[in-house]
Structure formats: C-alpha cells, structure tokens
Design a protein around this ligand. Structure first.
Ligand SMILES: Cc1cc2nc3c(=O)[nH]c(=O)nc-3n(C[C@H](O)[C@H](O)[C@H](O)COP(=O)(O)O)c2cc1C
Length: 180
C-alpha cells in the first residue's frame, strides 16, 4: 500500500481542515495517509513515504514561516517524490493573480517546484481575531473583488470542497500511475 504524507501549517485552522479532507479522500483510494502539522511535530522522515502533499496558508501577503522552513529543510526529499502543494488564501477566492503571486514567491523562497499546485479559498475567521486584526482583515476583504463577507461578528468559509476533492483524486491517480 502506498504511503502519503500530508504536511501543513495553519493559523486559524482552515488549512488543517483541508489537509484532513484530502487525507480522507486519499484513504478512500486505498492509500495509507499521515497528516502532520509541521509546527507541532518533529520533521517526519520523507524516506518513509511514496508521495507528499504540503499545504500552507497566506497571512499578510506571505505563506506561513513554518511551512517555508519545513520545505527548505526537506527540499531534496520533496524533489525526489511525487509531490503537490496547496495554498490557502483569501485571494484564491476571486483574485487568482494575487494567489498565484504568493505561490511564485513561495517557490522562490524555498527552491521547491512541486509537481502539482492548487489554490484554495480559505476563510475569514473574524471571531478568532482581535479588534485591530478584525478591522485590517475586513478592510482587505472590502478591497478584494468578489463581495467577500464583512460582518465581523461571524466567520466565513469559502473553500470549495469539490475542487479539493478533485485535487486529492488527481494526486491519487498520479501516484497509482507512478513507477514504484
Ligand atoms: C491576519 C490575517 C491575514 C491575512 N492575510 C491575507 C493576505 O495577505 N492575503 C490573502 O489572500 N489572504 C489573507 N488572509 C486570509 C487567510 O489566508 C485565510 O483566512 C486562510 O483561511 C487562513 O488559513 P489558516 O486558518 O489555515 O491559517 C489573512 C487572514 C488573516 C486572519
């Protein structure tokens, strides 16, 4: 049975939910899957895996430092395996150009060119933020295209789960086709 690692970093929890969802889809395809928050666990040895998916979210224009450090530290292992990266951001909802720019910067920072890339809309976790951050995020949401939610008394989730499912299914199919 092929073994897959889904390694991610999250601030408010949406990337973790997406990582768990991807893992559940991969398991329905008969894969043995581990999920790891790279902020919390020691570096899992990639040598144990047949494929790896890495996920990270964008805050203040950048991918999370923990996921950048993880990829930098494991670049050689990642390059030798079937791999994919998913980026979670507000921009991915209706501003693909911005969302792609974040990923381009991530590739430049880490030197890793994942085999496959996906951009997933994240959430607006207003109720998890302090007063100042709530105002900042609401202003960014107002300025982005797509009529994003601005009621700071509630959270919004924009992840399109069908797209996440397709990404996981494509990865499972590629892994199945890859020479072992
Ligand atoms: C403080 C803060 C800053 C953010 N900055 C950006 C940003 O610069 N660009 C963007 O596209 N999304 C931004 N977002 C949206 C996040 O990427 C989105 O909330 C995502 O779902 C967070 O994922 P996580 O919960 O796994 O950390 C920001 C969100 C927060 C809370």
């Amino acid at each position: 049975m092929s073994k897959v690692l889904v390694a991610y970093s999250t601030h408010e929890g949406q990337t973790a939910k997406i990582a768990d969802f991807i893992a559940s889809v991969l398991r329905t395809h008969g894969l043995d899957v581990d999920t790891r928050d790279v902020k919390e666990s020691a570096d899992p040895a990639l040598i144990d895996y047949d494929g790896v998916i890495v996920g990270g979210s964008v805050h203040m224009g950048k991918h999370d430092k923990h996921v950048v450090d993880y990829v930098r530290g494991n670049r050689h292992g990642l390059t030798g395996l079937p791999s994919a990266f998913f980026s979670v951001s507000m921009s991915a909802i209706h501003d693909a150009e911005d969302a792609e720019k974040y990923v381009q910067e991530f590739e430049e920072q880490t030197g890793w060119l994942p085999g496959k890339i996906a951009l997933f809309g994240g959430g607006l976790p207003y109720t998890h933020l302090n007063f100042i951050m709530r105002r900042i995020i609401r202003k960014i949401a107002e300025d982005k295209p797509g009529n994003l939610g601005t009621d700071t008394s509630r959270d919004y989730v924009y992840t399109e789960w069908d797209g996440v499912r397709r990404f996981a299914e494509d990865f499972a199919a590629e892994l199945e086709a890859a020479p072992q």
